[in-house]
Ligand binder design. Structure first.
Ligand code: PLP
Ligand code: COI
Length: 337
């Protein structure tokens, strides 16, 4: 099949191989290479009934030098261990996770899109309870899989501003709940709101904190940041996913001479932001044109002319510069294949 690299959306395209590993009798087995996209699963597997599952998302980038770089995979490995803690699943060891990522990319190297296309190879590790239980108990058997698929931008248009919305009738996660873990149920919980937002013409919904409905949390697939007075501001909350992209942008912002604040961001504060963006592996930086407060019938406009702000633009190019190898990797974030 010929792939039109420059016009890829964020969808699934079959690649040649996936990597699998099973946890059984208290130990992880060897990494296995599979060609099939399918698996045979016990019908009482805990993933199906009780949602014992987590996933990760990272990318491989083909540079101008044709080298392939993977961004901060150790952080994804550690976050998957956190998700295992939150769902009582077996923890995939960091080194094994990294070895599986490298193997998955290596074996599918022809699917890493060319540099000029702006597309990347999305790497999707997933871990789930594959052992049977009927009582609400953790499984004793787990399956870890990594598949890869070439992707374009997550939000339409790539690095272009789009509108987002706030709707108080939906919550994504509770303050002491699962929002800080990358577990399947969080995404199921965001589907109705996401679809509603799309139907109304928005890229996605920004959830407020579920308890007070006063502060910005994040959207279903990306963190939020705003820029004002030479300061990068991003929400601190116990119900959002600690984004590796956001963590990286905070470092880059500081290096560019911006102040960085991670703190609660009240909805009304949106009025004072000069720029705003959604950030994540899939989203990269998706600059926000405006956020409509659906319930209060208010609009917070960040980009009257529809163009990304100057600081968002600078951060975006710095980040992808490091990821593609156009900029030096001074933090040891990149693994060259
Ligand atoms: N928030 C949520 C809910 C996500 O699913 C993601 C994607 O992983 C992010 C934020 C961004 O995190 P990262 O930058 O680590 O990809
Ligand atoms: C990512 O940014 O990698 C995500 O996981 C977001 C989404 C595709 C769930």
């Amino acid at each position: 099949m010929e792939i039109d690299w420059s016009n890829l959306g964020f969808g699934y395209i079959k690649t040649d191989y996936n990597i699998r590993c099973t946890y059984k009798d208290g130990a992880w087995g060897d990494l296995e290479i599979h060609e099939s996209e399918y698996l045979s699963l016990h019908m009482a597997a805990t993933v199906l009934h009780y949602g014992q599952t987590s996933f990760e998302g990272l990318k491989a980038y083909r540079g101008q030098d044709d080298k392939i770089r993977i961004f901060r995979m150790r952080d994804n490995a550690l976050r998957m261990q956190d998700s295992s803690y939150g769902t009582m699943m077996a923890k995939m060891p960091v080194e094994k996770f990294e070895e599986a990522v490298l193997k998955a990319v290596q074996l599918n190297v022809k699917f890493v899109p060319p540099y000029e296309s702006g597309a990347t190879l999305y790497i999707r590790p997933v871990l789930f309870g594959s052992g049977p239980q009927v009582g609400v108990k953790p499984a004793t058997e787990y399956t870890f899989i990594i598949f890869v698929t070439p992707v374009g931008p997550y939000f339409k248009g790539g690095f272009q501003t789009t509108p987002f919305v706030i709707m108080r009738e939906y919550d994504r996660s509770a303050p002491l709940g699962m929002g800080k873990y990358k577990v399947g149920g969080n995404y199921a919980a965001s589907l109705v709101a996401g679809q509603r937002a799309h139907e109304l013409g928005y890229s996605n919904i920004f959830y407020l904190d579920a308890k007070e409905k006063k502060y910005i949390d994040e959207c279903g697939a990306a963190n939020f940041f705003g820029i004002k007075n030479n300061t990068y501001i991003t929400p601190k909350s116990s119900s959002i996913l600690p984004s590796i992209t956001n963590k990286s942008l905070m470092v880059l912002a500081q290096e560019m001479g911006l102040n960085v604040e991670q703190r609660q961001v009240a909805v009304e504060e949106l009025a004072s932001f000069e720029e705003a963006g959604a950030c994540g592996t899939a989203a990269v930086i998706s600059p926000i044109q405006r956020i409509d407060d659906f319930d209060e019938k208010k609009s917070y406009i960040f980009s009257p002319d529809g163009k990304p702000g100057l600081i968002s633009d600078k951060l975006y190019h710095k980040l992808i510069g490091i990821q593609y190898g156009d900029e030096p990797d001074t933090h040891g974030w990149v693994t060259v294949l």
